[in-house]
Write a protein that binds this ligand. Structure first.
Ligand code: NI
Length: 129
């Protein structure tokens, strides 16, 4: 029998140099487990083909939600250390953090961080640490 290696989230996070560049640390079936350091604002986007899980390891992450660009009613969810949330597929969201926060994300393979929008904030989709 082959014993899988244990993975230290904190050691992996120490290897992340840049904010907003998710790094893959494991694959679970068709899903990738990623870690990232986030600070400041991100863009509104959605992922039409996958749910996206955010788990905060340290700091605080805010997630804004709206129906579409014309929707004036933005709902904000604040995730503190140890809290998580699943963004359902197709739902517009915008992450932001006042101070640097560290997160674990789980989403299907082949998913762009900028979802349907793309553009300059797009990171590599399967950059392994
Ligand atoms: Ni997203």
């Amino acid at each position: 029998m082959t014993s899988p290696e244990s993975i230290s989230i904190h050691s992996k996070l120490q290897q992340v140099q840049q904010q907003w560049t998710p790094k893959v640390i494991a694959q679970v079936n068709e899903n990738l487990v990623k870690i990232a350091k986030l600070q400041g604002d991100f863009i509104w986007h959605q992922h039409d083909d996958t749910d996206e899980m955010f788990l905060v390891v340290s700091g605080e992450l805010n997630l804004d939600f709206r129906d579409d660009a014309s929707d004036p009613n933005v709902t904000t969810r604040k995730l503190r250390e140890g809290e998580m949330l699943v963004v359902p597929k197709g739902v517009q969201h915008r992450p932001y953090a006042e101070e640097e926060c560290h997160v674990i994300m789980i989403e299907l393979t082949g998913v762009r961080n900028t979802g349907d929008v793309g553009g300059p904030r797009t990171a590599a989709i399967d950059d392994w640490l």
